[in-house]
Design a protein around this ligand. Structure first.
Ligand code: BTN
Length: 256
């Protein structure tokens, strides 16, 4: 089944990722999408909540059953969204490793990629995509205002969630075919081009032990982040790169 050929529309749900995981467990086919008008318990990465008010954002999850698990999957999804928005709206969306979508240095959206295994065998992957569409600045909770942006804030008009979703499905199908055909290099190259940071740039990187400062060196062939720190070159599989604004207020909960 093609991505988005079957869409389950929900007026409201806890989290589209959770609904789709249940469907995946019941044997739902690859390509099916859950799209909600609002989420009552939208989830972001690192246990954060995802602000999901009705009619303001795009909240959807896509079921994939890829041949392999890879850190490239969230990057691939980010590239697909960025490319769709460039094609449709001529917007330059940056990908901030590993799962942020950045527009004009602020967060436009994010990817929550969750894999499920049967023993060591990958059963399925749920790719959750959240995109801020129709928020005005004051629609965001005050702590998010300095770092969040929506399409409307840039385009000065409303965007219809299903229209935007359709564009994303076309682009995601293309990139998923590339992933399945082991086009890792093509994905990595595109991430490098779209990346918010260029090699050599100073970044602050947040890991469990706290913020680490270093020089961004690039991504390795597995899609991991390579940073030159005071204690040598380090490779990270998870964590988050902080923008200058976020670096001033670490620990903030509840992203949009
Ligand atoms: C992030 O923290 O940047 C990832 C945010 C992902 C949000 C989307 S909205 C649709 C899907 N359902 C969820 O509960 N989360 C993802």
């Amino acid at each position: 089944m093609k991505i988005g050929e079957k869409i389950i529309h929900l007026p409201s749900c806890s989290s589209t990722n959770d609904v789709l995981r249940e469907l995946a467990e019941q044997g739902e086919e690859e390509g099916v999408v859950v799209l909600a008008e609002e989420q009552t318990a939208g989830r972001g990465t690192k246990g954060r909540s995802w602000f999901s008010p009705r009619g303001k954002g795009l909240y959807l999850s896509v079921l994939l059953r890829p041949a392999r698990e890879s850190a490239l999957l969230p990057l691939m999804a980010g590239v697909a969204v960025a490319e769709a928005m460039a094609e449709e709206y001529s917007l330059k969306i940056r990908v901030r490793w590993p799962n942020d979508l950045i527009l004009k240095t602020k967060k436009l959206g994010g990817i929550l990629c969750e894999s499920s295994f049967a023993g060591s065998q990958l059963s399925y992957v749920v790719i959750g995509i959240g995109l801020n569409l129709n928020q005005e600045e004051e629609d965001f909770p005050p702590p998010l205002r300095p770092t969040a942006i929506s399409l409307k804030m840039v385009l000065q008009r409303d965007c219809h969630p299903e229209f935007v979703a359709g564009k994303i499905f076309t682009s995601l199908s293309r990139w998923y075919n590339i992933f399945q055909a082991r086009g890792d290099e093509q994905i990595l190259k595109t991430v490098e081009i779209l990346n918010q940071f260029q090699p050599g740039e100073e970044i602050t990187f947040l890991i469990e032990e706290g913020p680490v400062k270093g020089r961004f060196l690039g991504l390795d062939s597995y899609g991991r982040l390579v940073v030159a720190t005071d204690s040598g070159t380090r490779i990270f599989t998870s964590g988050e790169v902080l923008t200058p604004v976020e670096s001033l207020s670490p620990g903030e909960e509840g992203h949009a």
